[in-house]
Design a protein around this ligand. Structure first.
Ligand SMILES: [Zn+2]
Length: 132
């Protein structure tokens, strides 16, 4: 994978190969590790042992390095990471923190470059531009 995913706060990379490793926290305070695919539109995910997520529940994604929340301030259901492509182009990636919601958005500058997943219509792109 040429892309690298970095935390918007500490700017350390959070991917190992083409998988992204994040810390997750549920509303009930359960914590664990989550592994998601770096390929946009691929929603396979794995969880650490005993980190049981029920479909429809929100998992707050946290940077495993600096422990900052990755929740988007405008849409708390979405997490935000920066994807660095070819060493210089930075895209903002937003993806749902609701387990089972398959949607991700790629924004460069103030432009929505792509929406991915069967639930991509859940979050209308107007907020994306306001968020930057
Ligand atoms: Zn961080």
């Amino acid at each position: 994978m040429k892309e690298k995913y970095i935390c918007p706060k500490c700017r350390n990379s959070v991917n190992i190969g083409n998988r992204i490793i994040l810390t997750g926290k549920t509303r009930t305070g359960l914590r664990g590790m989550i592994m998601i695919e770096g390929e946009l539109g691929n929603y396979n995910s794995s969880f650490s042992d005993d980190f049981t997520i029920i479909e429809g529940n929100r998992v707050k994604f946290i940077c495993p390095i600096c422990h900052s929340s990755l929740s988007s301030w405008k849409r708390k259901n979405l997490a935000h990471l920066i994807m660095v492509e070819n060493e210089d182009t930075e895209a903002h990636i937003y993806f749902s923190q609701i387990y089972g919601e398959k949607c991700a958005y790629k924004v460069i500058g103030k432009e929505l470059i792509g929406s991915f997943g069967e639930h991509k219509d859940l979050y209308k792109p107007d907020w994306l531009v306001e968020n930057l």
